[in-house]
Each structure stands twice: as C-alpha cells, then as structure tokens.
Design a protein around this ligand. Structure first.
Ligand code: SF4
Length: 344
C-alpha cells in the first residue's frame, strides 16, 4: 500500500482506523508532500510504534529514479522506474522565475494520435495517483528546488485515467498536501466527451488545454482516432458553452505538421471555427520529429504566417518554443529508446 494513493479524506480515515489522533494525518501529509522523507523511520514526530507499523504495511515510493538527460537549454528529462519494471517520463523546464514539470498519467496511451510516439507505442496501463504525484516529488528532490508549475502533457490521456488524475490533482492542490495553486496547473486533453464535463465539474480551477490539431473533422480523423468518438465540432460547441462565463479562457493546442495542416487555408478554417469563443487562446506546436515519424516539421516562415492569420482574426496565438531538442525531447522518446535497448 502507498499512502499517496489516498486523498486527504481517505488518509484521515486511515489514521482514525489505526486508532491514532486526527492530527497525525496532517503530520503524515506534511512528511509525504511538503518535506518528503526517504524512510518512515525519519518521521520524527510520529511515535516509534506507529513508524514501525507504517514501514511494515506501506511502501513509501512507487517510483524510483532511473536516469536523467540534461539539455543545453536547461531542460531536464527524467526517467522513473515503476515497481512492475516499466518506465515513466517527466520533463522539467526551467524558465527565469519558474520551474515547470511536464508529467505523465499513463504508461503509453490508447488515443493513437498519428504524430505522437507515445501513441505509436500503444497502451500499457494507467498510473496510480501515487505514481503521478511522485513524479513531482522526485523531480523536486533531484533538482533541489520547488516545482512552481505543472503541465499534465506527458505520456497518456489524463481523462482516460480520470479517477487517478483527479486524485493526484487534489493532492497537488490541497493546502495540507502539496499546496500548489490550481492556477499553476494545466491539464492537456484530446477532449473526450462526456469525461470532459465531469472533469470541469471536479477540477474547475485547473487550466485546460485542448488538443485540436486540425481545422476540420476530416483532417482530424486522419491523425486522431478520437475524432470518431468525440467529433471536434461537438467538442468546440461544448467548450464554447462551458467557457461562456469562465474568467480563464480555454487554450487550444495545434501541432503543426508540414504539408498536412499548416496551410493558410487551414489557419482561416481554424479561425472561423474558434469565432464561437468570447475568449480563447491557441498554442502552435511545430512538430517535434522522432525517428520513423510519418510527418515533418514545418519551416519557421510557414508557422509565422499561420500565426498571423489567427492573430488578425483576434485570437491570441503563441508559438511553443521547442525545448530539449538534444535530449530525446519528443513525448515517449526516451522510454522508447530504453525499450529498444532492452534495458527495461
Ligand atoms: S498526443 Fe497525447 S493523447 Fe495523443 S497519443 Fe500522444 S499522449 Fe496520447
């Protein structure tokens, strides 16, 4: 049993079932999330007997550090090993006063997006909430400084692992646990319906980034199998309604694939589609190639022309900087290279 698989209320119940005083739950939360220890013996304000009991019944970590690659631009890619011998990737991106960590929610992914190496590798299993939050805890320990922002954009589709993702988010944001502001967390999704509706109810203050990647259902279907289950027109309608009265705008991600979805005509179609929103934002992500990928990265001029069309239509549009290009930065690439070498 890993105590990070319990949310705060469940941990309080666990403590009361043990017959311990209620304040012990708060102490435990602090040692699990704020000043994480390496052994239950180090929980100095817990009676010796209680520490012994915990050590006998619980594991402290579900993940262990395996490797890290450091890019010339300061980006750090971590590989963590799970208890069942698989690998999880997280990427730390330092930027002036922030340190953002991109975390994974699944091993592999069921969504099968044609431009994504993780999708290409198929689905293995969901990560537990402990395995999700421990990516943050271990990265902080290894980097020796606090993570200020979290993006749930690594391996996997978070809404396809709804319960564990929500539990992990509640632990990251609860003041007695990690205590991060939900405004500093972005969850990226392909936009599964009806899961998205549930997610917006359960985590209303967490920012949402929806992976659109095409200007029309026909093009989206060609690169994202999810289009068959949740059509982008229905998704855009739903989001326009859901975000009508929200202060924070929804963000759309658009992976730009050379010669497929990067034409000026595509930009005009996209701008027309997003006119439904009072406010929204677009992040253009020039494709990050991986060996054997069926797409190429468009040139900088094409990306700028695409951005110009959207901006002239009144849509704030940003081009995502490519970080860590020298350290197998594409999502799932490091895990893949380990698998190829047969070292996990
Ligand atoms: S882009 Fe995201 S949702 Fe699509 S296959 Fe990759 S990890 Fe899954």
């Amino acid at each position: 049993m890993n105590l990070r698989n319990l949310n705060v209320e469940e941990l309080i119940r666990f403590v009361s079932q043990k017959g311990w005083e209620r304040y012990r739950a708060k102490q435990l939360l602090s040692w699990l999330y704020k000043r994480p220890v390496d052994s239950f013996c180090d929980i100095t304000n817990l009676p010796k007997e209680a520490r012994k009991e915990l050590a006998e019944e619980c594991e402290l970590y579900s993940l262990s550090f395996l490797d890290k690659l450091v890019s010339r631009d300061g980006t750090v890619k971590f590989v963590f090993k799970t208890a069942d011998g698989d690998l999880v990737e997280s990427v730390a991106i330092p930027d002036e006063d922030r340190l953002t960590l991109c975390i994974s929610t699944q091993i592999g992914c069921r969504m099968g997006c044609a431009f994504c190496l993780t999708g290409f590798q198929g689905f293995k299993r969901n990560l537990s909430s402990a395995e999700i939050v421990e990516q943050v805890i271990l990265a902080q320990k290894l980097l020796g400084r606090p993570i200020t922002n979290i993006v749930v954009m690594g391996m996997g589709e978070p809404l396809d692992n709804m319960d564990n993702t929500l539990k992990a988010l509640s632990l990251m944001t609860h003041r007695d646990a990690m205590g991060l502001s939900p405004r500093r967390i972005v969850v990226s999704t392909v936009g599964l319906l009806p899961q998205l509706e549930h997610f917006l109810k359960e985590a209303p203050r967490v920012a949402l980034s929806v992976s659109l990647n095409a200007p029309s259902p026909e093009k989206r279907r060609a690169i994202m199998p999810v289009e068959k289950a949740t059509g982008m027109l229905e998704l855009v309608e739903f989001l326009a309604e859901a975000y009508k009265n929200r202060r924070k705008p929804v963000t759309f991600e658009y992976v730009m694939l050379k010669g497929f979805n990067d034409a000026i005509e595509d930009a005009r179609h996209l701008a027309k589609l997003l006119k439904k929103f009072k406010r929204c934002k677009v992040n253009l992500i020039p494709f990050n190639p991986w060996p054997g990928a069926p797409f190429e990265r468009p040139d900088a001029e094409t990306v700028l022309s695409f951005q110009k069309v959207l901006i002239e239509s009144g849509i704030p549009t940003f081009i995502r900087k490519s970080r860590g290009a020298d350290i197998l930065a594409a999502c799932g690439q490091l895990r893949w290279s380990y698998k190829e070498k047969g070292s996990a």
